[in-house]
Design a protein around this ligand. Sequence first.
Ligand SMILES: [Zn+2]
Length: 272
Amino acid sequence: MPATLHFRSFCSNSAGNCLALWTGQTCVLFDCGIGTLRDCRDLLRRQHGLLDPVAALIVSHAHRDHLSRQALRVMGEQAIPIHCHRKVLPQLRERNGLDGRTSSPLRAFGDEGITIGEFRITPVALSHAPDTPCFGFVVRAALGNRRRRIVIATDFRNPSTLLPHLRGADFVFLEANHDVELLRKHFNYASQWHLNNGQAASLLARAFAATGDAPGRTAPGNVVLGHLSEDRNDDSLALREVRRAFARCGVKPGFELETAPKYQPSRIIEIV
Ligand SMILES: [Zn+2]
């Protein structure tokens, strides 16, 4: 049977984020800001169609919507290691009342990243809130003799940093946090640390619009927009910005484009 690679978002909003990538052998979660013990246990128990077991949880930064206390506890119960960049580890410990001597599932990796099963995960430093180290991830999946490249990036405000990593991606999960008009109506100080729809759209256009007609595969198969704000964004606004950015370049997006549901699991996407 050919090796497969799948993606699903379980929730993607300002109160909780959790994504999964899995092959036939390895399942890795990215962030787990699920806010109740029951929901965390339920995710791992039923895994909504995923394969057992979850090999690891990779955490982008120390904000609660990316690693909740409940998720930390449940990962510990299930002996699932939680990996983060070594710059994130001290904050995760501090915010969860752990010192270096207390046993916990938290583990650190450096700039070289980490290998989990068929996944090679490399961190990309992003600029988010002050004094909050935050990382996106380039994930290379080895599927027999095929290689796939996935980019996951939320919670940042410097789109240029991510641009070189997007080129050649087969799948992209990207933050489109807010619409600037809605932010004016419903001001939120913390929104400035996030990518707005226009920034996400122009980043995608810079990465992929110019290469839309080039021979060979230059655009990803799928782009999923995530971390949409409850009061300051909606699906149609985020999608429209991306289509407009590509239209300004005279092309249509050469990928399937969708948003991750804020509170429900997304559809399962096969990354081919
Ligand atoms: Zn954050």
